[in-house]
Write a protein that binds this ligand. Structure first.
Ligand SMILES: Nc1ncnc2c1ncn2[C@@H]1O[C@H](COP(=O)(O)OP(=O)(O)O)[C@@H](O)[C@H]1O
Ligand SMILES: [Mg+2]
Length: 242
């Protein structure tokens, strides 16, 4: 994204935990309506970066600019014994009382049930839903404040391929309505399939930003030619000492 007005941007963001560096001067941006994948091995700093972008963690240095951001954590903070509708109403009231939205909570719940295709499951306990539908409830809560950027941390972990495809169908509908999305994944195929741009991090450093084709070219330029992008990317990481 080279536009001059990103919806969300991090510049030179660094963060340490107990003296150990988790992010080392990372730049990251999401353009209006753009879909960006954040890839990298476990421990690379993906969750740390997304949580800083979401404003729920403070960087030690660097800047974050942008507002209207919604954070969808990997672990849904849902009440499994309450119904879908009860969970949504609880969060709608909290957000309403916190001044994050003016919308009447009951109307908000109805709108979110329709938007997420969960109206038929409204009375079901969240704990009985599939992982994909639980993730929808989680996303619905993130959408309540009408964000311009949705940050999804490993949204498809634990979903089978069909559930994953349905979840992405839903997320891409939101994108068509104008919401930008940044998501983390360690699945490079998922990044290639759904993102317009890929950002790679390893050991807290930003090591690549571009399209999947550009990543393939970068990987091959390093001599790490292989049939599939994932194998090539691993070789690319090794070449850089990761
Ligand atoms: N709250 C925390 N306290 C201590 N260390 C943390 C904390 N959060 C993350 N880390 C460390 O920061 C590094 C990056 O973690 P994380 O951002 O979760 O990576 P990823 O999401 O890419 O797997 C890891 O070494 C991890 O152990
Ligand atoms: Mg993570």
């Amino acid at each position: 994204m080279t536009g001059e007005n990103p919806a969300l941007a991090a510049r030179g963001v660094s963060k340490s935990f107990d003296g150990r560096s988790a992010l080392k001067g990372v730049d990251f941006e999401v353009g209006p309506g753009e879909v960006v994948a954040l890839i990298g091995p476990n421990g690379a700093g993906k969750t740390t970066l997304l949580s800083i972008l979401a404003g729920i963690a403070e960087p030690d240095s660097g800047e974050v600019a942008g507002d209207g951001v919604a954070w969808v954590p990997q672990q849904a903070a849902l009440y499994r014994r309450l119904s879908v509708q009860e969970n949504l109403l609880l969060f709608a009231r909290l957000q309403h009382d916190a001044g994050q939205t003016d919308e009447n909570p009951s109307l908000m719940v109805k709108r979110m049930l329709d938007l997420t295709g969960l109206a038929e499951r409204a009375a079901d306990r969240v704990g009985t839903l599939s992982g994909g539908n639980q993730q929808r409830v989680n996303i619905a809560i993130g959408l309540m404040a009408g964000p311009s950027v949705l940050l999804l941390d490993e949204p498809s972990v634990g979903l089978d391929p069909a559930q994953r495809e349905r979840l992405w169908g839903f997320v891409l509908d939101l994108v068509r309505e104008g919401t930008a999305v940044a998501f983390s994944t360690h699945d490079i195929q998922e990044a290639e399939r759904y993102a317009e741009r890929i950002v790679a991090v390893a050991e807290g450093e930003g090591i690549f930003s571009g399209t999947a084709d550009e990543l393939r070219q970068a990987v091959e330029a390093g001599g790490a030619r292989s049939e599939d992008l994932e194998t090539s990317f691993l070789a690319f990481l090794r070449e850089r000492g990761h």
